[in-house]
Write a protein that binds this ligand. Sequence first.
Ligand code: G3P
Length: 217
Amino acid sequence: MKFFIDTANLDQITEAQALGVLDGVTTNPSLMAKEGVTGEKNIIKHYKDICNIVEGDVSAEVISVDFKGMVREGKELAALHPQIVVKIPMIEDGIKALKYFSDSGVKTNCTLVFSSGQALIAAKAGATYVSPFIGRLDDNSTDGLDLIGDIRLLYDNYAFETQILAASIRHTMHIVNCAKIGADVMTGPLSAIKGLLNHPLTDIGLAKFLADHKKGN
Ligand code: G3P
């Protein structure tokens, strides 16, 4: 499973990259605004900065909600850097834009996916990635992990190449469970990624190894 970090925070992206296990970055307009990145010039510079930190795919979201606008914006974003993946919302014109970019060889990430039907039509349109938001489903008393399993089944039935990018990851066990179910990618916060390192028995065991080594010297 690929590990993406879901943030526009350059320090966190740098820290995740330094771990050596990072495969890419996802951003969205909310995450950009959270870092105070506003205005076209600053947004463009920020995407380039992110691409210079990581080696993998970097999702950059369009703001337009009509086909022509999404195509125009997506082309501009894709031209910024070869690592840019154009992130497109799951709406009718978005499906048309996904097909357009798929036919033009531009990588896409279909975002705001909350059902297996949405994931199916995104794959038919040739999306490179589809982003089911599992945390937001959990917030609404619906098991987000079930959706990952359903999409895995649909895609495997027909050998769709669209990658399942589990998004809206909230904690470490989301990552582990997505890996069990067979998500191709997960995108989550640095805290959830670093949570994978934790176990108290590791800390206790290491403290004992070091103490015993000290005794013997
Ligand atoms: O990648 C999508 C993600 O940013 C949404 O996460 O935590 O806002 O539901 P969240």
